[in-house]
Write a protein that binds this ligand. Structure first.
Ligand code: ADP
Length: 666
């Protein structure tokens, strides 16, 4: 009796998260089942990209089969559909690790964000790219056979699972490099055993994949050859039979290499969705071939929604780098400044070496030119959004004309897009003031703020300048923790009284960013909470005299306050900026505001201790009462702590504050 060695077969359990994910996939993702094909073709294409990349340093990996491709085939009798690639393949261990566990943080995030709402969850699956398991939407068993490039034929692997709790792996003999994924289709998914249907799905999702996708040509059994894009034609003879000839069924040209005029808006949108895992269409896109000393193609998108980790500056950037159509890397941070990290897209250049590393990218002159070019394009896109945000009611020369009656649908579709952009990405864009000096003025023009005299949050520096009062020589702004706090800040009192507009800023990044912008179009920017108030020409002579008088007459009281508060305030002085409040805190020009210091402390950063200046309103009844009062020290501390409270801060010793106030109340 001879014994044939059966390949050792192992049964393993899925990692708990995978089991959970599989359950979700099989039970709730029916809303858009066809995406499974997109996901599996995209994995096949990634596998080919990886092989192409590894073969740059090791040509032997390509064996005798250098033409990378994906084949899609089906077997009506066996009810199976197979997606086969000759890409990098999987070793046995890789099959266990990559198909049995969730190693990627992105997929963990996906699991964490599941809501239990089927429709939402179905959309999320695309967003996080948990691609492979989507096969179980249509299959009740998946068999993967693979051999990693470079391994011997005996070192092939078969992975198989019904998508419940377990999978099996076995070593197999496999001559072909790469991976073949066979889906055993469920009864209700048999419509994918049809070339016409499959081509439709490929056409919709995978046209721009740069790899050829091949399907076997079919002909009618009665011998009459017809186009397989017209599968029925009303006839029902013996059906279609395979011919053994393979044909390419996608465009097989990377989208960005095609001429703009040949690409439909839907194709751009679909491409964006594919590279970004975003189910929403992008807000704007730009596609250009740049010629000159550095030649490259850029296809860049602005998403319509910010990701959850938008404010993580270390977050991966969204631009993929290709060199001569060979995929080099995802998230090529060197191609885009950090403040434009929300941009998604592709840059393809012939001027970089194929074996370029991340380190090399940082230093390359060509990359620097590409980054500058991409930055300009993205700022241009945002400028266009701003320009088209509202339909102008008249022609550019200000004369109303009847052309406005025939505003194109295209123009209408642009309305409000800049508002969306700014809500989602405005705060990130501001980082550019401190990061991109060359484009600072362009960025400043794109910023929008709330203001003390309007209810909108869409005031640009240019709008502000156009409304400045005669004699006003600065753009005034205030930063605070919230817009409400900014709006009710005591520092605004004199500005309100004089009817001077002040820009209100409450984004965390504002104070830091505004540090880098000293003027706009020749007009200096001035924080109303920093330095002494100087309304210059806006103050009349009487007011100036009164202020000077207060400073001298009031000097003994100020000295006494200084002494009482020497641990808290660096200085105490009389001010003309207050109307209704007794006191407020300011810092020296150039010092960090108390809010920023507070914020940095909360974030665990070391902050130099800066004592604020206490400014006193000599006209206020409480301050008048202070002069000659018997409990001067207590009142002094109360005034200081209240000024701190008014700007959202916290007294250093809250209990002591309460005690002092209570003593007064009694
Ligand atoms: P993702 O593709 O987002 O990483 P998937 O669940 O689709 O997640 O795939 C998991 C992993 O399985 C991939 O990262 C890859 O390592 C491996 N894989 C999937 N399909 C293939 C394939 N056709 N060839 C080689 N490896 C593959």
């Amino acid at each position: 009796m001879t014994t044939t060695a059966t390949p050792p077969k192992q049964t393993m359990a899925f990692q708990a998260e995978v089991a959970q994910l599989l359950k979700l996939v099989t039970h709730s993702l029916y809303s858009n089942p066809e995406i499974f094909l997109r996901e599996l073709v995209s994995n096949a294409s990634d596998a080919c990209d990886k092989l192409r990349f590894e073969s740059l340093n090791n040509a032997a990996l390509l064996e005798s089969d250098p033409e990378l491709k994906v084949r899609i085939s089906f077997d009506k009798d066996a009810k199976t559909l197979s997606i086969t690639d000759n890409g990098i393949g999987l070793s046995e261990q890789e099959a266990i690790d990559n198909l049995g566990t969730i190693a990627k943080s992105g997929t963990r995030d996906f699991m964490a964000s599941l809501s239990g709402d089927q429709k939402n969850d179905a959309q999320l699956i695309g967003q996080f790219g948990v691609g492979f398991y989507s096969g179980f939407i249509v299959a009740d068993r998946i068999t993967v056979e693979s051999r990693r490039a470079g391994l011997a034929p005996e070192q092939g692997v078969r992975w198989s699972s019904e998508g419940t709790g377990e999978f099996e792996v076995a070593q197999i003999q496999r001559a072909d490099r790469g991976t073949s994924i066979t889906l055993h289709l469920k009864d209700d998914a048999q419509d994918y055993l049809n070339a016409y249907k499959l081509k439709g799905v490929i056409n919709k999702y995978s046209d721009h994949i740069s790899l050829p996708i091949l399907m076997e040509k079919e002909e009618w059994k009665d011998g009459e050859l017809i186009s397989s894009t017209d599968p029925e034609g009303g006839r029902q003879p013996g059906g279609m039979a395979k011919t053994g000839e393979w044909e390419t069924v996608n465009q097989a040209a990377a989208l960005w290499t095609r001429a703009k005029k040949d690409i439909t808006p839907e194709q751009y949108d679909e491409f964006y969705k594919q590279i970004s895992y975003d189910q929403n269409a992008p807000l704007a896109s730009t596609h250009n071939r740049v010629e000159g000393s550095t030649e490259y193609t850029q296809l860049l998108f602005i998403p319509s929604k910010a990701p959850m980790d938008m404010f993580n500056r270390d977050k991966a950037a969204g631009v993929k780098l290709y060199v001569k159509r060979v995929f080099i890397m995802d998230d090529a941070q060197a191609l885009m400044p950090v403040y434009l990290r929300f941009v998604k897209g592709v840059v393809d250049s012939a001027d970089l070496p194929l074996n370029v590393s991340r380190e090399l990218l940082q230093e390359s002159r060509a990359v620097k030119a590409i980054r500058e070019g991409c930055t300009k394009r993205v700022l241009g896109m945002i400028e266009d959004l701003a320009k088209n945000n509202v339909l102008s009611a008249s022609s550019p020369d200000g004369v109303a004309d009847d052309v406005t009656d025939v505003v194109s649908e295209e123009d209408k579709a642009q309305v409000g897009k800049f508002d969306t952009f700014y809500t989602e990405f405005g705060a990130v864009l501001k980082e550019g003031l401190g990061e991109d000096f060359a484009n600072r003025d362009r960025i400043a023009k794109l910023l929008r703020f709330a203001s003390s005299t309007t209810d909108t949050t869409t005031v640009s520096f240019a709008d502000y300048k156009a409304r400045m009062k005669d004699g006003q020589d600065a753009i005034y702004y205030i930063t605070a923790d919230t817009l409400a706090a900014a709006k009710s800040s005591p520092q605004l009192e004199i500005f309100r009284k004089k009817g001077i507009e002040v820009l209100l800023m409450a984004d965390r990044v504002d104070e830091w960013a505004l540090n880098y912008l000293h003027e706009f179009d020749g007009t200096p920017l001035q924080s109303v909470a920093k330095g002494a108030v100087d309304l210059g020409k806006l103050q009349d002579e009487d007011e100036k005299k009164a202020a000077e008088l207060a400073q001298t007459e009031f000097k003994p009281t100020l000295d006494k306050l200084k002494d009482a508060l020497k641990d808290k305030a660096s200085d105490v002085r009389a001010t003309s900026r207050l109307v209704d409040s007794p006191a407020c805190l300011v810092v020296q020009d150039g010092d960090m505001s108390t809010q920023l210091a507070r914020m940095l402390k909360q974030a665990g950063q070391a902050v130099p201790e800066v004592k604020p200046i206490l400014e006193i309103n000599a006209e206020h009844p409480l301050v008048k009462k202070l002069v000659g009062s018997s409990n001067f020290d207590d009142l002094a501390h109360i005034i200081f702590d209240q000024a701190l409270l008014a700007e959202g801060g916290m007294p250093a010793d809250p209990a002591a504050y309460v005690k002092r106030v209570n003593a007064l109340l009694l």
